[in-house]
Design a protein. Structure first.
Length: 213
């Protein structure tokens, strides 16, 4: 091979290397530009977290025993609404588990809510059933439930543990952890607060929930 041929081969290698470098710079520049656009749009729109509200609780059965073991059994249906306060941002709800808690202890099995998309300013309503059959509880929890029922007022918490994604135009964000806590003060025997529905009792709550994203 002549010296001229060697020089041509070396020149071709240099051209290819320069092409790869320019291509890498171009791709990197496009990524940076797209990232900046997304950040600017995100900063301008800045999504507000959804507003959750517990509307009512229908109790089908609620019982606690202390002998031979401290057990709690309950069956209820709750109505929860969520409002998207954003003008230009949609919300995807996924992996939404709702369950009941009393005195800080989970007392029902989690119920999985259907995955839902919520448009701008839209309202979504869920009415899941919550149940727990002979759930082991701490002795003080069983005793507190009996005392609260005797007094006629029981503070129960409906909680949601799920994920949300924000949608801006055709862009969809990653998943964010959503935690919702809805306190439900159930008052037995208060006029106008409870309605008999067959063998069940429906309590009108209308309580704002605490939301963390």
């Amino acid at each position: 091979m002549s010296a001229k041929d060697k020089d041509c081969g070396h020149h071709d290698d240099d051209d290819y290397s320069q092409f790869l470098r320019r291509l890498a710079i171009l791709v990197l520049g496009l990524i940076v530009i797209v990232g900046l656009v997304v950040l600017i749009v995100w900063a301008v729109l800045h999504p507000s977290k959804p507003n959750f509200m517990l509307q009512d609780v229908t109790v089908f059965g609620l019982n606690a025993t202390s002998s031979p073991a401290n057990l709690l059994s309950l069956s209820m249906q709750v109505t929860i609404s969520s409002r998207n306060p954003n003008d230009r941002i949609g919300v995807y709800y996924t992996s939404m588990d709702v369950y009941g808690a009393y005195r800080g202890q989970q007392v029902t099995l989690p119920t999985l809510l259907p995955s839902t998309y919520q448009g701008h300013r839209d309202v979504v309503v869920w009415s899941p059933f919550l149940s727990g059959d002979a759930v082991p509880v701490a002795p003080d929890v069983a005793l507190s439930l009996q005392q609260d029922r005797n007094v006629g007022a029981l503070l129960f918490n409906v909680k949601i543990d799920g994920r949300v994604k924000w949608k801006v135009g055709s862009w969809i964000s990653g998943r964010y952890h959503l935690i919702v806590n809805c306190p439900a003060l159930i008052r037995y025997g208060k006029p106008g607060n409870a309605v008999a529905v067959g063998t069940a009792t429906k309590f009108q709550i209308v309580q704002t929930c605490n939301v963390e994203v």
